[in-house]
Design a protein around this ligand. Structure first.
Ligand code: SF4
Length: 271
């Protein structure tokens, strides 16, 4: 099949992740435009990132207590906002065999534990957030990037750009979920963006798993830009060609698209 590329498509690492996890889930979210119900873990992740970023921006001067109380305030406010839009809590995504009310409380406590661990880990480690005028805001936090390829514009934000004790600059991502990413592609994209756009010599990166509270292993992410372009071009062509194969598995248990999934409910296929 020949595809006529009329304009470049906007793509992201999270789109690639979702597409590889399940094509049907990608279709329901990005093509059909269904909104996944809220989940306490989403607020946990967002507010953890926000508080950790502010703490780093403030040069780590605030206490662990400040982090946990700030997190509590932001998290509960996000939950209240979501309740206004989705008042029926039983419709929320949640951990299996758990009531949403209990999930909300447990994610509040988990986020606070994770922030205390991040605080202690950062202060006892010898890496620092990079301060460099080549970066937007001059600091390696939530660094925006845009890589323009032939068919695709790849956009995103890099959680952290760090300087290790030996002066090496690394691309680092904070994860608040339980599962460690199986592939370093996300870090490879970040490293390439830091090299191509900001002229920084970055070839390694890590996933910081907040549940463990310790430095992630530094991975080699020197993937050539051409390789990344090829992968995102394939993603783009699959989407434009309407290739959305369902990929059922254990992840279906936590899938917010299940109510509309034509694999789970074949009668929906023709609707
Ligand atoms: S329920 Fe499973 S097969 Fe259906 S969209 Fe979700 S992940 Fe895919």
């Amino acid at each position: 099949m020949t595809l006529e590329i009329i304009s470049k498509s906007n793509r992201s690492v999270s789109q690639l992740d979702l597409y590889l996890t399940c094509g049907e889930r990608y279709r329901l979210r990005y093509i059909d435009g269904h909104n996944e119900p809220p989940a306490a873990w989403l607020f946990q992740g967002t507010e953890f990132h926000g508080v950790a970023e502010d703490w780093e921006l403030n040069n780590r001067t605030e206490s662990a207590e400040w982090m946990t109380s700030e997190y509590e305030r932001r998290y509960l406010s996000a939950v209240e906002n979501a309740k206004r839009e989705w008042p029926e809590l039983w419709k929320w995504q949640r951990a299996p065999k758990q009531r949403t009310e209990d999930d909300i409380v447990s994610r509040l406590e988990r986020g606070q534990t994770q922030l205390r661990a991040y605080h202690d880990h950062a202060l006892s480690s010898d890496w620092r957030i990079l301060r460099d005028d080549r970066l937007p805001r001059g600091v390696g936090l939530e660094v925006a990037f845009e890589l323009e390829f032939n068919e695709v514009i790849l956009r995103g934000f890099i959680d952290q750009v760090r300087v290790q004790a030996n002066g090496e600059i690394t691309a680092d991502d904070l994860k608040t979920g339980a599962k460690k990413p199986e592939s370093p592609v996300q870090l490879a994209v970040y490293a390439a963006a830091l090299r191509e756009i900001y002229g920084l010599n970055v070839h390694r990166g890590s996933y910081y798993m907040a549940k463990d509270g310790k430095a992630g292993k530094l991975l080699n992410v020197s993937h050539p830009i051409e390789q990344l372009e090829a992968w995102f071009t394939m993603l783009n062509r699959g989407i434009l060609a309407g290739v959305f194969l369902p990929k059922p598995g254990s992840h279906c248990t936590m899938c917010g698209m299940k109510p509309w999934c034509s694999y789970q409910k074949p009668e929906l296929f023709f609707t």
